[in-house]
Design a protein around this ligand. Sequence first.
Ligand SMILES: *[C@@H]1O[C@H](CO)[C@@H](O)[C@H](O)[C@H]1NC(C)=O
Ligand SMILES: *[C@@H]1O[C@H](CO)[C@@H](O)[C@H](O)[C@H]1NC(C)=O
Ligand SMILES: *[C@@H]1O[C@H](CO)[C@@H](O)[C@H](O)[C@H]1NC(C)=O
Ligand SMILES: *[C@@H]1O[C@H](CO)[C@@H](O)[C@H](O)[C@H]1NC(C)=O
Ligand SMILES: *[C@@H]1O[C@H](CO)[C@@H](O)[C@H](O)[C@H]1NC(C)=O
Ligand SMILES: *[C@@H]1O[C@H](CO)[C@@H](O)[C@H](O)[C@H]1NC(C)=O
Ligand SMILES: *[C@@H]1O[C@H](CO)[C@@H](O)[C@H](O)[C@H]1NC(C)=O
Length: 637
Amino acid sequence: MRCSLSSVALSLALLSSAEPLLSPYNVHEKRTHIPSGWSLTRRHDPTSSIPLRFALKQRNIEGVGNHLYDVSHPKSPNYGKHWTAADIVRTFAPSDETVDIVRSWLIASGIDGERVALGRTKGWIQANVTVEEAEQLMNTEYNMYTHMSGKEHVACEVYYLPQHVQPHVDFVTPSVHFDAKLTRRSGGESAAPARDIQRVGFGTGPKTDDTVSGVMDGLEQCNEYITPTCLRTLYGLFYNPVATDKNSFGIVEYTPNSYVQRDLQMFARNYSADLIGKEPNLVWIDSNYAQTTHQDFPYHKESNLDLQYGMSLVTGNQTVSLYQTGDLPEGASFNNFLDAIDGSYCTFDGGDVPPRDPVYPDTRFGGYTGPEACGTVKPAYVISTSYSSNEADLSLFYAERQCTEYAKLGLMGITILYSSGDYGVAGNYGRCLNSSHIPNADGYIFNPTFPGTCPYVTSIGATMVRRTATVLDPETACMDQIYSGGGFSNYFALPEYQKDAVCHYLTNYPPDYPSSIWNSTGTSRAYPDISANGANYVVAVDGEFQRLYGTSCSSPVVGAIFTMINDARLALGKGPIGFVNPTIYSPEFADAFNDITEGNNPGCGTTGFNVTRGWDPVTGLGTLNFTKLLALWSSLP
Ligand SMILES: *[C@@H]1O[C@H](CO)[C@@H](O)[C@H](O)[C@H]1NC(C)=O
Ligand SMILES: *[C@@H]1O[C@H](CO)[C@@H](O)[C@H](O)[C@H]1NC(C)=O
Ligand SMILES: *[C@@H]1O[C@H](CO)[C@@H](O)[C@H](O)[C@H]1NC(C)=O
Ligand SMILES: *[C@@H]1O[C@H](CO)[C@@H](O)[C@H](O)[C@H]1NC(C)=O
Ligand SMILES: *[C@@H]1O[C@H](CO)[C@@H](O)[C@H](O)[C@H]1NC(C)=O
Ligand SMILES: *[C@@H]1O[C@H](CO)[C@@H](O)[C@H](O)[C@H]1NC(C)=O
Ligand SMILES: *[C@@H]1O[C@H](CO)[C@@H](O)[C@H](O)[C@H]1NC(C)=O
C-alpha cells in the first residue's frame, strides 16, 4: 500500500512537471472597448523590449475575509487582536510553488533565467522580453494606442495563459489595462492623461454653488450653512481628546489637488479657533508638490474642505496627517498610496505597474525624482479618502487585488473610509453603463463606484438638513446639488456582515426596476455603509467662503468621529477600532445610528433607490450618534 501510494505520488509529480507542454491556453483577461480619447494607431514594433510583469496569486488570499472577520467581529474571541505587517507577509506572500510554476513556464518558453526576476516581496515576477516574445508567450498582439493629448500607450485586446499557469497569476502588465491614475478630482476619467489638468475639478468632486459671507457660527442656519458647530450638534460630537500622542488620523489627497494654509487659518479664525496656528502633518508620497502652479479654486476646494473639517472636528490638539500623493506630471492612483503604507503591496521592488500606476522617479519637468514610496509611510489608524472611480473602469482582477489589500490594512487595525460618490446610482460625471457594461453618455445601467463596493472598506454616503428643518430634526438623504452614491456591486459578493441588512431591504422594499439595469441578485456587496451630512459646507477657498456639497464632505466627518472613538479606546489601553463593518452591522450597534428615512438617489434616468427604515443603498445604516458609539466601542475589548 505504502509503496503504491508513493509511486502514484511520484507519477503525479512527473505529470505535473511535464504539464507545460500539454497545458491548453485559456483567455485570462479581455477588454471590450478602448477608453474614450484613445485610438489604436499601429502594431507595436516586434523587436522593442517590454518589461512583462506577472502579478502572482497570493497564498491563502481566499481566507483574508475570514481572518478579517475574526479580528473585527465584536463577538469573536479575537476581536481587536490585530496583525503585524510581518504576520501579513507570512500568511499571504505567494507560495514557492506559484513562483516556480510561473518561472518554469517562462524558462521553458525560451526566456533565459537572467531575464526573469522575482520582486523583493515575492508578489511579482518580471521578465524582460521583446514584443515578439511576449506575443508568443501569451498568444496576443501588442498595439500602440494614442491619446488625443499625444500620449502613447502599449496594450493588447486579450491575452491567454496556459491552464496550469492561470491559477498562479492575477494579471499581467502591460496587457489589456489602461491607467487608473487619479489625475482628476474624484478619480474622474480613467483615461485622462496626467498633464490634462486644466479640467481637474470640473464635472465631479464637491459641488459649489455660491460665495457666502457673514455666516454666523450658530445653530440657527444649519439648514442653509453647515459649520463645525452644526456637525457637532448633529452627531453629538462633544469630546476633548486625551490620547493624542498615541492616536492618528490621515487624509489622502491626490495631486494636483492641494490644501492652502492661508485658507485653513481663515477658516480657523471664523469657525475653529483651536486650529489657529495649526498645520496638518504633511506626508509626501511620490510627491514634491507644494501647490504653487495652479492657484485656481478647482485645485483647492477638495483638499481645503477635507482638512478644514477633518482637523476642526478632532480639535487642534489631535494632529492630522495629510498624505499628499503623486506629482504634477504623473499624478497617482490608489495603488501609489497603498504601496507607500504597505511594503508587501509594492508591485515591483518599489515600482508600480506601468502604465496602470504612475512610476517614480519621474524624470519629466517638475516631476518627483526621488525613489518610489514603498512601505515607507506609517499608516494612520483612520484614513479618509474623498475620491472614487467607477468599478467598471477597472478589470475584475485589478479591483480584487486592491480590495484584498484593504482587507490586509483592516487586519492591521486600520479603518479605511471612502466617499460613496455624488451621482446617486450613476457613476462619475453621471455616466451609466451601456449594455457592454461600459460607462458611457448613452448608458442606462446603474454604475457602482470603487473602492466603495469593496467589502473591506467602509463606504460613506451623504445626508442633509432639510431647508425647512432645524439641526435637531431628522436629516434626509442629500438631494441638494448632489445625490448620495449607492447601490449594488457587479464585482464583489455580499459579505457576511451585511447579509441581514441587505436582505431586510430587498425583502421589505423590493426596488421595482428590471434586473437588466441593476444587480438584483441579492448576492452582491451593497453600499454605502453609513453616512454623514454632505450639503452646504462653509469652506474657505482662495480667500473666500464657499458652500460645498458632496460625499467628499461626509467622509472626513466620519473619519473624525471614529478618530475620537479611537482616542477613548487608546486612553483605556485598548487598540483602535480597525475595520468597523462587522461591528456597525451587529445587532448591538443597531440603535447607535440615526436611521434616515426620507429621500432617494436618482441617476440613469431613474429616481434611484429609496431611503427606507433600516439599511438602504442611499444612506446605509444612517448617521452616527457619537455618544452611543463611544459607549458601545469603549465596552468592547
Ligand atoms: C531588464 O531591463 C532593464 C532595463 O533595460 C534592466 O535595468 C534590468 O536589469 C533588466 N532585468 C533583467 C532581469 O534582466
Ligand atoms: C444620541 O443618543 C442619546 C442617547 O439616546 C440621545 O440622548 C442623544 O440625543 C442622541 N444624540 C443625537 C445628537 O442625536
Ligand atoms: C487641548 O489641550 C490643552 C492642553 O492640554 C487643553 O487645555 C485644552 O482644553 C485642549 N483642547 C481641547 C479642545 O481638547
Ligand atoms: C472671517 O472671514 C472673513 C471673510 O469672509 C474675513 O474677512 C474675516 O477676517 C474672518 N474673520 C476673522 C476673525 O478672521
Ligand atoms: C458601449 O460603449 C463603448 C464606449 O463608448 C462602445 O465602444 C461600445 O460599442 C458600447 N456598446 C454598445 C453595445 O453600445
Ligand atoms: C452581480 O453580482 C454578483 C456578485 O458580485 C456577480 O457575480 C454577478 O456577475 C453580478 N451581475 C452582473 C449582471 O454584473
Ligand atoms: C420608491 O417609492 C415610491 C413611492 O412610494 C415608489 O413609487 C417607487 O416604486 C419606489 N422606488 C423603488 C425603486 O422601489
